[in-house]
Design a protein around this ligand. Structure first.
Ligand SMILES: [Zn+2]
Length: 256
């Protein structure tokens, strides 16, 4: 924090603080470029007191690399510093996941364990959260923010509340004496539909976000995350700005 001394007050001990130099608290926010993490960034951008935002994306060689471009646009929209951490040397070791292993096909349809387990990246959130906590400690940030929601719990065990709580304890213990950040996941107990509602309230530019696992020029509309995205907008009653390759037949079938 900067302290300015008025030249007229040099003979006194009186000083005053320059408001513009008062350091804002820092939030290190996980930003994939999808709906959830974009709404998360908006959530912290709208918080009071205002945070200085550091958005962190990970390049782990994921198939849907377009999301990194979208993440950059979202970060710019919210005037956040954007850091892309290159984890590709780790990603190539994560065989067996449809998101990191080109030999594994991306499943289509609703999220359900039997099919969507192919989209689990081994220990992903531990890896990503560790990187965010490292950055947060280095920057003396107050918060590390993660964007998991209740719909993730069934397929992704590292999206559950107990995992987030444990991360917070690990960060506190492992960085004791070095101002460890809080680990927050404000959406962990709400649904993606609730996130869409919250995003609409915050004016989130969802046209800047990317969800599809397939990483083509347009959202496919039929992979697990496209289904989730479409359903969330529909159920929240929020206009969906996304252009999908297939936005009707398969979705109608899935609704029964
Ligand atoms: Zn898709």
């Amino acid at each position: 924090m900067a302290v300015a001394v008025s030249p007229h007050l040099l003979d006194t001990t009186e000083v005053f603080l320059v408001d513009s130099d008062i350091r804002r608290p820092i939030a290190v926010v996980s930003l994939s470029g999808g709906m959830d993490s974009t709404t998360l960034l908006a959530h912290y951008a709208a918080s009071d007191p205002a945070y200085e935002l550091v958005a962190v994306s990970a390049d782990y060689g994921q198939r849907h690399r377009r999301e990194l471009d979208f993440a950059a646009r979202v970060a710019a929209h919210y005037s956040a510093e954007h850091i892309i951490v290159d984890l590709r040397p780790v990603g190539v070791l994560l065989t067996g996941s449809a998101l990191t292993d080109p030999s594994v096909e991306v499943p289509e349809g609703h999220y359900a364990w039997d099919t969507m387990k192919a989209t689990v990246v081994p220990n992903r959130n531990m890896l990503l959260a560790s990187v965010l906590i490292c950055i947060a400690v280095a920057r003396k940030a107050e918060v590390v923010a993660l964007g998991m929601h209740s719909g993730d719990h069934a397929v992704y065990p590292d999206c559950r509340p107990e995992f987030v709580d444990s991360l917070g304890r690990c960060a506190a213990i492992g960085n004791e004496g070095f101002d460890p950040p809080r680990v927050e996941a404000p959406f962990v107990n709400i649904s993606k539909t609730d996130i869409a509602r919250r995003g609409a309230e915050l004016g989130v530019p969802y046209e800047l976000t990317w969800s599809c696992y397939k990483g083509a020029d347009k959202h496919c509309g039929v992979c697990g995350t496209c289904y989730e995205r479409r359903e969330a907008f529909r159920d929240a009653g929020v206009p969906d700005p996304t252009g999908y390759v297939d936005s009707r037949a398969e979705f109608a079938k899935a609704q029964g």
